[in-house]
Ligand binder design. Structure first.
Ligand SMILES: [Ca+2]
Ligand SMILES: [Ca+2]
Length: 487
């Protein structure tokens, strides 16, 4: 699918051994360029073919015109319309519902054109025949439109046949009007109205190129208006916007056929870290605390729209850029229990790093409130989870059915260095799982134990250094540590 340009028409300039067509800046009716078609005595014809992004219903064809400036010879001109009748968007010679209308050839003198001057040719003044259908009477374009109602134009041929009496037949052609679409052979008319990148990093810069033009026949005020996505910040534009605005450009009395471009730079907003921390502490009784921190960010689209008002022509286009996702880290902690509880914690985070320090004490010290709840023994629970998908680190520690808990944890998750330092004095059960660089370690402890442990991973020159030490359990009823490689 073609992006939106100032014209929905495309053209192809024909070439042959004895003919040539090319863009020329020597003569123009509109703007600075036109097409120069020439064919010499050894040739037969030369042609421009025009295709459209969307078929145009014959019933909606209100204009078919162009300007010609004959240079040499008395060439013959023929217009040919290729029609789609079965709705497949194309013309097919084998399909009886598709049709081909072509005008009876007429010379420039028959068309009363003056040489070396710009003359308007109105396609509605010509007589047309249906190709390969003798039963179809020749008629005006209006008559043919009625008879072929329901069909759509998919292609137009403009063909120049040689004048055999001169060595070379040539003509300039400009400002082809088909429906409300224009071809003026200007260099920028086929540029996308709005161009932008497919994707960008969060916080990155997006550069848009806007192409505008005046397709009218008179100087016109052209007004370009930008609509920025609220998740972007305007940085600068060249040329600068109208004073007092950052999104409107007015080009006063832009000459016919003039085109230009505006470069606009915006910045996507950088993420602020998402944090969701909740804590509830009842000094004596039931205690609950939990928190989540994340530096993961989903990708999201940023859309920028532009409208161009240029006399009778109005254009609008938009560009969508995907702000890429960030894979970061997630940290979760939770603890609850009944009795005496105290907690000190420090959290710090940025879009690239999370760290937490938690020092928790929970016990069954004499709490009058809970005198009758001796069976609640083993109620302390604590967990700490740290994950960094980019570095493939997963730490998950759980302490449960604890009679008392004295736990000190320091956890950091960052791109360059991640670590988990633990000191625990605990009576109950504990599961500790760690996984990094495809090594999984499980540790299960039950009883009363003291544990100090440090796990650290650094990344420099793509090597990973890690260390694990300091397990001290007493008395250890049951426990194992089993590193293994992942399949
Ligand atoms: Ca067809
Ligand atoms: Ca032109």
């Amino acid at each position: 699918m073609k992006a939106s340009a100032l014209t929905e028409l495309d053209y192809h300039l024909g070439q042959s051994k004895y003919g040539d067509s090319s863009i020329s800046e020597d003569e123009s009716f509109h703007g600075t360029s036109s097409a120069l078609l020439s064919v010499d005595r050894n040739g037969n014809y030369i042609r421009i073919s025009v295709t459209m992004d969307e078929p145009l219903s014959l019933g909606d064809l209100n204009q078919l015109s162009m300007w010609l400036n004959p240079q040499s010879g008395n060439g013959n001109l023929q217009l040919e319309l290729f029609l789609d009748g079965d709705g497949d968007g194309d013309w097919d010679s084998d399909n009886s519902k598709d049709a081909r209308l072509r005008s009876v050839r007429e010379s420039w003198s028959e068309l009363k054109m003056s040489p070396s001057r710009w003359n308007e040719l109105d396609g509605f003044d010509l007589i047309y025949e249906k190709y390969g259908d003798k039963a179809f009477p020749a008629g005006s374009l209006d008559e043919c439109r009625e008879r072929l109602n329901g069909k759509s134009i998919v292609r137009l041929y403009i063909t120049i046949y040689k004048d055999g009496n001169v060595p070379r037949t040539s003509v300039y052609i400009d400002y082809i009007k088909l429906g409300d679409q224009i071809i003026s052979f200007e260099p920028l008319e086929d540029e996308d109205i709005k161009k932008g990148p497919k994707s960008v990093s969060p916080g990155g810069q997006i550069t848009y190129t806007i192409t505008y033009g005046n397709n009218n026949l008179l100087p016109t005020d052209v007004v370009v208006s930008e609509e920025y996505d609220p998740r972007t910040l305007f940085l600068e534009a060249n040329p600068a916007p109208d004073s007092g605005t950052n999104n409107v450009w007015t080009f006063h009395q832009l000459p016919p056929g003039a085109h230009g471009q505006i470069i606009v730079k915006v910045k996507t907003r950088r993420h602020a870290c998402k944090a969701n921390i909740r804590g509830k502490v009842y000094g004596s009784g039931y205690a609950f605390a939990s928190g989540t921190l994340s530096t993961n960010f989903d990708s999201y689209p940023v859309t920028n729209s532009v409208t161009i008002a240029a006399g009778e022509f109005k254009f609008s286009a938009s560009a969508t850029t995907t702000v890429r996702e960030i894979e970061g880290s997630i940290l979760e902690y939770s603890e609850h229990g009944s009795g005496l509880y105290s907690c000190r914690d420090t959290l710090s985070y940025s879009p690239s790093s999370i760290s937490v320090y938690r020092d928790i004490n929970g016990s069954f010290a004499a709490v009058s409130l809970l005198q009758d709840s001796i069976y609640v023994q083993g109620a302390w629970f604590a967990s700490l989870r740290g994950e960094n998908e980019v570095r493939d680190i997963h730490w998950f520690d759980r302490y449960y059915q604890g009679r008392f808990l004295n736990l000190s944890s320091r956890l950091q998750l960052a791109k360059s260095q991640s670590f988990l330092e633990t000191y625990a004095h605990f009576a109950g059960s504990a599961d500790r799982t760690s996984k990094w660089s495809n090594v999984i370690a499980d540790q299960r402890l039950s009883g009363e134990f003291t544990l100090t442990n440090e796990a650290r991973a650094k990344w420099s020159n793509k090597s990973i250094r890690s260390q694990d030490d300091g397990l001290d359990c007493c008395p250890l009823i049951q426990g194992w540590q089993e590193p293994r490689s992942e399949e």
